[in-house]
Ligand binder design. Structure first.
Ligand code: ADP
Ligand code: MG
Length: 624
């Protein structure tokens, strides 16, 4: 029989197909199995519209048979099959999709989700095979035909024997090369894992005879091999099952099986959306951050399925960075796939779904914050930092989106509170939202700067994460209320402010002398009204706070950033009379006092003393 030639262009196209559109050779199996599933779907459809055709569920399956000796991998199905013409048209013409035509010709009903559409997937088999044989017998036909091609030289079609309806694809697997281990595609375990990965949710059973081992009868430790037929795919994806039928254990099991995390998720979100773009999503919010979560290695993303077939393992576009902790998947029949089914040509639908998912996660978190505080705190413990980075990054472009999700430790409630809760408790004469920063709650609690604010009965938020103050500076305000550090110059106590100025004026020369004695380390020395029992503290002016100075200077490329520091003196403290006395009769002593007080203030802030030896000597001097 004369060999039929691919048209010249087709030949090149085939070459392109085989060598460049897929980044991953292993997807050939997904493509061949998807075709088999389509073929069975078509039989099922026939049974719906043609009463002479019956569909007995058990008769429909896909079988995978590797044969290491012959180096063949056979994928057979009991689907609708192909006539001679169909073999010629569908497999002999690149980019012709019989399945797409089928979808267009028939008003496809529920329960039929034809996967094929581009008419190229079949040729991916040539990535792993140098001879592809297709034996097929169509429904309503007594004849069977065999299509055969080595990929380059065209194809042959001739009559063959085949007892039953359906198609058998026999791939002669290539010999190993330096780069590629083709032998893998003849290994049961490898095939099983590929099916689990890409084709787990194909509706029809994918069967394979699996080699097993058992104790030989009558012996104690002699084993013998035997074969057992196994269905490798789970078929019905959990997310397509009815929510009412599912228990939380089912979701948790799925979460574990998928290796999304080791502990049960803190929240499971299962929803189906019908509309402009229809999709189903199953999302999980984990309890604990994975070990690499806060590193560059961590990859965010959701699994993306189209009609139950895996398209992408980690689709990053579906999640904003600040929700990168979410795990799970999206399944949609409305995606515009490109022909390799690896990337999306247009990301309009994807963007749309991504936005919906973002809103959904946010709403669920807000609900958790409101109704299930314990869970929310546990979640926040793991991922709060990510939310705060989210507020800070991108010049605060997402700050409004995230501000209601923030919680901080409160001085008055002694627990984590939201900004909204803080606002609701603000006193009539309270101008700002106060915060204090430090290494931990105990240390902040002891900060002298917090005394007067607490005294007025105002609540203070305690910031213990490095990112906290950066995020809050980005936020600047919440519901029209400005944030104010307890160390900032203006605390918004207007009456006190005037008195302060007066007293500072009275002691102008004294403070001027102390400032000079400190040799540029502080911008100003002045009276403090924020102190009650403590003698001194540092305050600050300008954008960079003392805490930020610490953080910025710890960074690898830290550029020695300095906060503008102000030394505040408690003029009601008894030590102040000694200061005044020294100003009159012993200026050298005052110099020493100034340094001692400044160093004390540094220690309280958790900042290092520049010259600890001098400090120690000065203290000894006092003891003498
Ligand atoms: P697509 O699946 O996108 O249509 P393929 O290149 O994978 O493209 O397949 C081309 C066509 O070959 C299919 O549309 C279908 O008509 C036919 N075909 C492939 N495999 C089978 C099969 N196992 N049974 C019946 N028809 C098949
Ligand atoms: Mg296909």
């Amino acid at each position: 029989m004369a060999k039929k030639q691919f048209k010249a262009e087709s030949k090149r196209l085939l070459d392109l197909m085989i060598n460049s559109i897929y980044t991953n050779k292993e997807i050939f199996l997904r493509e061949i199995i998807s075709n088999a599933s389509d073929a069975i779907d078509k039989s099922y459809y026939r049974s719906l519209v043609d009463e002479n055709v019956s569909f007995v569920k058990d008769d429909f399956y896909i079988r995978i048979t590797p044969d290491k000796e012959k180096r063949t991998l056979t994928i057979s199905d009991t689907g609708i099959g192909m006539t001679k013409d169909e073999l010629e048209n569908n497999l002999g013409t690149i980019a012709k999709s019989g399945s797409l035509a089928f979808k267009n010709e028939n008003e496809v009903k529920d329960g039929v989700d034809i996967i094929g559409q581009f008419g190229v997937g079949f040729y991916s088999s040539f990535m792993v095979s140098d001879l592809v044989t297709v034996k097929s017998r169509a429904v309503d036909s007594n004849e069977a035909y065999e299509w055969k091609s080595n990929g380059a030289e065209g194809y042959d079609i001739e009559a063959c024997e085949k007892e039953t309806m359906g198609t058998e694809i026999i791939l002669k697997i290539k010999e190993n090369t330096d780069d590629e281990n083709y032998d893998d595609f003849l290994e049961e375990y490898k095939l099983k894992s590929l099916i689990k990965k890409y084709s787990d949710f194909i509706k029809y059973p994918i069967k394979m005879m699996m080699k097993k081992s058992k104790l030989k009868e009558g012996t104690e430790n002699e084993h013998e091999d035997y074969f057992e037929d196994e269905t490798l795919n789970s078929m019905v994806p959990i997310w397509r099952r009815n929510k009412n039928e599912l228990k939380s254990e089912d979701y948790d099991q799925f979460y574990m099986d998928k290796h999304f995390g080791y502990e049960k998720p803190i929240k499971t979100i299962h929803s189906s959306v019908e509309g402009r773009v229809s999709y189903t999503t199953l999302l999980f919010i984990p309890k604990k951050a994975p070990y690499d979560f806060y590193t560059k290695e961590f990859q965010k993303g959701l699994e993306l399925y189209s009609n139950g077939v895996l398209i992408m393992e980690k689709c990053a576009d579906l999640l904003p960075d600040y929700f990168s902790f979410a795990q799970g998947l999206v399944d949609s029949a409305d995606l515009s796939l490109n022909i390799s089914r690896e990337l999306l040509q247009h990301d309009r639908q994807l963007k749309f779904i991504g936005k919906k998912i973002k809103d959904k996660i946010k709403n669920e978190l807000l609900l958790m914050l409101k109704n299930n505080r314990e869970d929310y705190e546990e979640f926040y413990n793991s991922f709060g930092r990510q939310l705060k980075y989210g507020v800070y990054s991108g010049f605060g472009m997402n700050k409004e989106e995230l501000q209601d999700l923030l919680i901080f430790h409160s001085s008055t409630e002694n627990k984590l509170v939201s900004l909204d809760e803080y606002i609701s408790r603000m006193k009539d004469d309270q101008k700002y939202i106060y915060y204090a920063t430090g290494e931990n709650i105990d240390k902040i609690e002891k900060l002298p700067q917090t005394e007067v604010i607490k005294d007025k009965g105002f609540e203070i938020l305690y910031f213990t994460d490095e990112v906290d103050e950066f995020a809050i500076k980005m936020l600047a305000k919440y519901k029209e209320k400005e944030f104010r550090s307890v160390s900032s110059k203006d605390l918004g106590f207007e009456s006190d402010e005037k008195e302060n100025e007066k007293e500072t004026e009275e002691n102008k020369e004294l403070f001027g002398f102390m400032k000079d004695a400190l040799n540029g380390k502080v911008k100003e020395v002045r009276v403090s009204k924020r102190l009650k029992t403590h003698p001194v503290c540092l305050a600050n002016e300008g954008e960079v706070s003392i805490e930020m100075e610490k953080v910025l200077n710890m960074m690898p490329d830290g550029q020695n950033v300095k906060a503008d520091k102000i030394l505040e003196i408690n003029t009601n403290h008894e030590m102040f009379s000694s200061i005044k006395k020294a100003f009159v009769d012993d200026k050298d002593k005052l110099k020493m006092y100034a340094n001692l007080l400044y160093n004390q203030a540094l220690l309280i802030e958790g900042l290092p003393i520049e010259d600890p030896v001098q400090f120690a000597n000065d203290v000894c001097c006092l003891i003498k």
